[in-house]
Write a protein that binds this ligand. Structure first.
Ligand code: OFO
Length: 175
């Protein structure tokens, strides 16, 4: 049984995950438009993942007899100064999501809601991985440089990371 407070907090998380999905979709479109194919593929996959994260909470709320709400999603930015700026925004958003997940965990502990606490552990792990991934990408961009000569190589590197992430997800599903 979900408390009203927890139900509201989880519904807020649905909105945050939904916004992440739209933000990454907007980024995929910008990358496509700029000719960054590897980055576009990466962002499309991230966007799909965030949608799954949103739906997972949606189903959980229903499962524990709460009322899941379809969120209003505000319009994300559609243009970016550079690939570096775009990934900085991704990293900042992931940090925001992590903070929110940690607050949910704290609430579940204070309410002795063990079911929600257990459910949230998956998100704790996921956020650790995502923040690490975005930091790795930002480090690579720093290393390669993001001047005009480097863009092609950055895009190829992101494509490699994307393929590795796809493989890891497929292996996880096959378990
Ligand atoms: Fe939903 O995983 Fe990041 O935001």
């Amino acid at each position: 049984m979900l408390s009203k407070k927890m139900e509201t907090a989880l519904n807020k998380q649905i909105a945050l995950e939904g916004y992440a999905s739209f933000l990454y979709l907007a980024m995929a479109s910008w990358c496509d438009n700029e000719g960054f194919e590897g980055c576009a593929n990466f962002m499309h996959r991230q966007s799909e993942e965030e949608k799954e994260h949103m739906l997972k909470i949606f189903h959980y709320i229903s499962e524990v007899d709460g009322f899941a709400l379809t969120p209003a999603i505000k319009k994300p930015p559609h243009t970016f100064k550079s690939i570096r700026e775009m990934f900085q925004k991704v990293y900042a958003h992931e940090q925001k999501v992590t903070k929110s997940i940690h607050e949910l965990v704290a609430l579940s502990l204070s309410e002795k809601d063990h079911s929600t606490y257990n459910f949230l552990q998956w998100y704790v792990e996921e956020q650790r991985e995502e923040e690490n991934l975005m930091r790795t990408i930002l480090d690579k961009i720093k290393l390669i440089g993001d001047g005009p000569q480097s863009l092609y190589y950055i895009d190829k590197e992101i494509e490699k990371i994307n393929i590795a992430e796809e493989k890891a997800a497929a292996a996880e599903e096959g378990k």
